[in-house]
Design a protein around this ligand. Structure first.
Ligand code: GLU
Length: 547
């Protein structure tokens, strides 16, 4: 076969050579060990937690090593493309602090290794397609859908492996005249790789997450260019990641089955093989068994879920870090105030089988994150959330920012900060009682006689002096406790609970319910101080009347 004639026939307009492209996209001059990696999403519009996980791994690997993170848009499948999807993805990731150094941006492409959108790179792919044809490692295939279906049926009947290989590779060794005739007749063609691999041959490959993998050679003559001249993922991956000088390919492990073909392609093209970081899927427990998070069944897979649920960005980030590196939590305990970016991230610590997502754990992490924040930050973020999802509450928060911030400061700081809030949604049930429009008395415990409760409230009101400090205030609560015959000394009460109708804890509970409406609230003395004398007294009186 005259490969040169074939190459000119197939690619009459390709004038550039791989050498000119190599020169146009030179090896990046970066310090030793710098990781160049990318995210290469297909713009389908759905941004999920897996994107964030992958983005974070790539971002950490690049930026921690002084390397480069870029965004490439894999838009070769025009049918699946959703308008605006790239913008949504860029925005969602930026929201989580994942910023790209180069690549596709909302305002166009930025960087010297572009274009970064595959449909704009057709000419580049053709240069390398022509190279493979010249080497005798690629050829056109004119099979119709019907030919391929017939082939599949035959393979099924004969219980053979499916695919285009060996004797089934109908156009693999056709003479140039046949090819010429087909082209002259205007028959559509795809470009296929001529595989020299064999299913008999196995070799070992080291994946940075999966470890040593035993790989069976690819023997299929897979498609490189589709009939419209647009590459398949496989071919684009090889050409793009080579020309963009990617050192590490961070991607989902659904691509593992294609790895043998990718390695083969890189070799045929004369490209250095990048390192691969194949990330396992996100799993969750379903009863006693694990399964992959699913778009259909699990709303928590969508990244939009976390914003609507009111999780702070930093909490989701923190949680994903705990999912990715099992030593992150220990590090966090030792470095409570350090920025997450100072954690020494390692892709080798990723769980090869995929991380186990646990909603309860996310809530715990989030409680810790919010507990560490300054009250002003909590106020600002809770307000931003309420503005979008709970305008009535936002209006209350905005009425007096200093007041709301003071409320949110209760129990903050110190060694054991309060951990009431897992999400911004929790802020309203937590502090809504400070605002009359959200105050609801949930009722007193049925175990106590209303007359007793009323007596306790009345006695407290009588002695209530707004100028009292916390210690004096509590002495008075104890005094009220004794007055109604309850135990003021918790030790004595615990030693013999049957000897008393109740304790100072119960009396505090009555006051708490009267003032906050709930049996659980931040420090009651501080609550009363913030509410003010009039409101506190009015609520106690109203509770007495309602009893
Ligand atoms: N477009 C591919 C995907 O979204 C990219 C895989 C890769 O990163 O190479 O799965």
């Amino acid at each position: 076969m005259d490969y040169s004639a074939l190459a000119s026939l197939l690619f009459p307009n390709v004038s550039e050579t791989p050498d000119t492209l190599e020169a146009r996209y030179p090896v990046r001059s970066l310090p030793q060990g710098a990781v160049v990696t990318r995210m290469a999403p297909s713009p389908t519009g759905f941004v999920h937690l897996g994107n964030l996980v992958q983005g974070l791994v790539a971002e950490r690997m690049a930026h921690q090593s002084g390397g480069v993170l870029f965004l490439r848009v894999e838009d070769t499948d025009a049918k699946r493309e959703v308008p605006g999807a790239v913008e949504v993805l860029i925005d969602s990731l930026r929201h989580y602090g994942i910023c790209f150094d180069e690549g596709a941006t909302v305002d166009g492409d930025f960087g010297s290794y572009g274009p970064y959108r595959q449909r704009q790179r057709a000419a580049l792919y053709h240069v390398y397609a022509k190279k493979l044809v010249l080497q005798g490692e690629a050829y056109p295939c004119f099979c119709t859908e019907a030919d391929l279906t017939a082939m599949r049926e035959q393979q099924e009947r004969e219980k053979r492996n499916y695919g285009y290989y060996g004797e089934f590779a109908l156009w693999r060794d056709r003479p140039l005249e046949d090819i010429k005739a087909a082209i002259d007749a205007g028959t559509p063609w795809v470009l296929r790789f001529r595989s020299s691999g064999s299913q008999e041959n196995k070799f070992t490959y080291m994946d940075l997450v999966k470890g040593a993998l035993t790989i069976t050679e690819n023997d299929m003559d897979q498609v490189l260019l589709k009939s419209d001249g647009i590459p398949t993922y496989h071919f684009a991956h090889a050409v793009d990641d080579h020309l963009m000088r990617t050192t590490h390919v961070v991607r989902g492990d659904e691509w593992l089955p294609s790895l043998p073909f990718h390695l083969q392609l890189f070799r045929a093209l004369g490209f250095a093989i990048p390192k691969y970081v194949h990330i396992g899927p996100l799993m969750k427990m379903d009863g006693v068994s694990k399964r992959k998070l699913s778009k259909r069944k699990d709303p928590e897979l969508a990244l939009t879920f976390y914003k609507a649920a009111g999780f702070p960005v930093s909490a989701v980030y923190e949680y994903v870090m705990t999912l990715l590196n099992s030593n992150y939590e220990d590090w966090r305990r030792a470095n409570p105030a350090a920025p997450a970016s100072s954690f020494p991230f390692s892709c080798k610590k990723l769980n090869p089988a995929g991380a186990l997502f646990d909603y309860a754990k996310l809530c715990d992490v989030s409680k810790n994150v919010i507990a560490q924040m300054q009250a002003a930050d909590v106020y600002a973020q809770a307000l931003a959330y309420a503005r979008e999802f709970d305008p009535d509450f936002a209006a209350a928060l905005e009425r007096d920012a200093a007041f709301a911030t003071a409320v949110l400061a209760i129990g903050r700081g110190g060694k054991k900060p309060r951990k009431d809030l897992a999400t911004w949604k929790d802020v309203r049930p937590y502090m809504g009682f400070f605002y009359d429009e959200f105050f609801v008395n949930e009722g007193f415990p049925a175990a106590f006689e209303p007359t007793l409760i009323r007596a306790a409230l009345a006695a407290f009101l009588e002695s209530f002096d707004f100028a009292d400090d916390a210690a004096t205030w509590f002495d008075k609560v104890k005094h009220v406790t004794e007055k109604i015959g309850f135990a003021a000394d918790m030790k004595a009460y615990k030693a013999d609970p049957a000897a008393f109708p109740g304790s100072v804890a119960d009396v505090s509970g009555f006051l708490r319910i009267a003032v906050t409406g709930k049996s659980n609230s931040p420090d009651l003395y501080t609550v009363m101080q913030l509410l003010g004398y009039d409101k506190t007294a009015a609520r106690i009186r109203a509770a007495m009347e309602a009893l």
